[in-house]
Design a protein around this ligand. Structure first.
Ligand code: KIV
Ligand code: ZN
Length: 523
């Protein structure tokens, strides 16, 4: 029999997309993107947002502070190594939140203890001192023994007890290298709860990495054994194989509530939107067959499946697309659709548009409809996500013509407006995109380094729009540009210029996004 959901235990969702996820090489987000993602996490009901690692860089510090100031409901947490200076810096950033949390950690396994070269006793002393310091600053302190799953059990008991006595309110048990398996994950949490004095006064959290593809299973097993906080990221973003995916644990608890009777505070209908946004800003696309948020997760293509689906959706579906925020129909509209229909559709997709924005989007929608017979939800989402920033259009493409052929090099003829003056050039390159980027660089010389160039087809078909993301770095400032067009080269050129426009704004503002310290620098 299913337990009444109101009396079920609550599992706290701790999202670390902006800290552990963002740490993933190449996933760096801009300040504005971090703020946007934090807003979406807050809105979807994430209990705790780990917003960053404030000591890592000025950029991280500023992002955490601003996220803390803007938070509506979520607890805002910052990460700090087991050093007093780190903890102070973390507090300076999170203290602006209505509900701040300091998360401090140290690697406790033999391999990790060897890095700062501390004996077991010295490390125990450091834990006591740093957790006490954090607790003197903030009522809400989380402590993590990094690499807990490879730490000797008796030492783990000892240090967890010390952290609890020193005032930690949440004890997080990280499987830092994605080594554990479900039964072991459950045993570990159960043993800690049973054997550590004071364990009943704190919440135990599980933090799993996905190196063996077991992060979701390990997290759920930990919950069944008594953990009441799951640490996770949107799309499972994170270093190497990533972290536990938020959407997977949330939907597993929802769909299999009969055997895992736990509640979260997440509004699951917001999942698709944030998943798409994280994929776009991080530059890490979601694999097509990814559980819950993959493009094929709700697609039923084989004939037998379709027949069954038409008779009864439950034949092959264990959850409804609407449950994760996928709208029922995917086919949107064509060139005869009017402005009111466009506004309606955008609202269904979660975009509130004012009259001026609607005017602009409508013009772009019509231009797209002229080139593409059918426009799908994904086309509209791409259109909305790639509108240019109003405050950063010093560079503009006037025209682009590319010559391609089986014999290289390819050639791009580009005319651009730069601060109001029109300039033209013709450049060659290794392929049409390379030629185009060379032309942009010839007209607007710069030293920014291209970190990422990524192309995706928005829908099927050879007339599909391509969305292009470009990430560039200059003096520690990281910017991304995005664009969508049915012509991949045009989308690439626009994305590149978009990134350069943003870079010009960043140059004026100053500051840096690059982490100067990694959480792995533990000495
Ligand atoms: O994986 C890990 O151990 C971490 C800690 C910093 C909690 O991310
Ligand atoms: Zn981690």
């Amino acid at each position: 029999m299913t337990q009444d959901t109101k009396t079920q235990d609550r599992v706290v969702i701790f999202d670390t997309t902006l800290r552990d996820g963002e740490q993933s090489p190449g996933a760096t987000m801009t300040h504005a993107e971090k703020l946007e993602i934090a807003g979406l996490l807050d809105e979807m009901g994430v209990d705790i947002i780990e917003a960053g690692f404030p000591i890592a860089s000025e950029g991280d510090f500023n992002a955490v502070s601003e996220i803390a100031k803007n938070a509506q409901n979520s607890v805002i947490c910052g990460l700090a190594r087991a050093q007093l200076g780190d903890i102070d810096r973390c507090w300076e950033a999170v203290k602006h939140a209505d509900k701040p949390r300091i998360h401090t950690f140290i690697g406790t396994s033999p391999l990790h203890r060897a890095i700062p070269n501390l004996t077991k006793d010295e490390m125990a002393e450091r834990i006591e001192q740093t957790v006490t310091h954090a607790r003197n600053l903030c009522d809400n302190v989380q402590w993590s023994p990094m690499d807990a799953t490879r730490t000797e059990m008796d030492y783990l008991y000892r240090v967890v007890e010390i952290a609890i006595k020193a005032g930690a309110t949440t004890i997080n048990i990280p499987d830092t290298v994605g080594y554990t398996a479900p039964r072991e994950s459950a045993d570990l949490i159960r043993k800690l709860i049973e054997n550590v004095p004071g364990a009943d006064e704190v919440i135990f959290a599980t933090h799993c990495h996905n190196d063996l593809g077991m992060a979701t299973a390990n997290s759920l097993a930990a919950v069944e054994a008594g953990a009441r906080q799951i640490e996770c990221t949107i799309n499972g973003l994170g270093e190497r194989a990533g972290n536990t995916a938020l959407e997977e644990v949330v939907m597993a608890l929802k769909v299999r509530n009969d055997i895992m009777p736990f509640q979260t505070g997440i509004d699951s209908t917001k999942i698709m939107n944030i998943s798409r946004r994280v994929a776009a800003v991080s530059g890490f696309p979601v694999q097509f067959n990814k559980a819950i948020v993959g493009k094929n997760a709700f697609a039923h293509e084989s004939g037998i499946h379709q027949d069954g689906m038409l008779k009864n959706a439950e034949t092959f579906e264990i959850m409804r697309p609407e449950d994760v925020g996928l709208s029922e129909t995917n086919l949107v509209m064509g060139k005869h659709s009017g402005r009111a229909a466009l506004r309606d559709k955008l609202e269904q997709l979660g975009f509130e548009v004012g009259d001026n924005q609607l005017k602009d989007v409508f013009v772009r929608f019509k231009a797209l409809a002229d080139r593409k017979k059918e426009i799908f939800d994904d086309d509209l989402i791409a259109l909305m996500r790639t509108s240019e920033d109003e405050d950063s259009t010093r560079l503009r493409i006037v025209s682009l013509a590319v010559q391609c052929g089986t014999e290289g090099p390819q050639q791009a003829e580009l005319t651009m407006e730069i601060d109001g003056a029109v300039h033209s050039t013709t450049q060659t390159g290794d392929g049409p995109v390379d030629a185009t980027f060379n032309a942009v660089k010839a007209l607007f010389p710069h030293d920014a380094r291209l970190q990422l160039y990524q192309v995706h087809a928005v829908t099927e078909g050879t007339d599909a729009q391509a969305t292009v993301s470009v990430r560039m770095e200059e003096d520690g400032r990281i910017v991304t540009g995005q664009s969508a067009d049915t012509d991949t080269v045009v989308a690439s050129a626009k994305a590149y210029v978009h990134a350069l426009n943003r870079l010009l704004v960043r140059r004026e503002k100053g500051g840096t996004d690059k982490a100067e310290i990694s959480y792995k620098d533990v000495s």
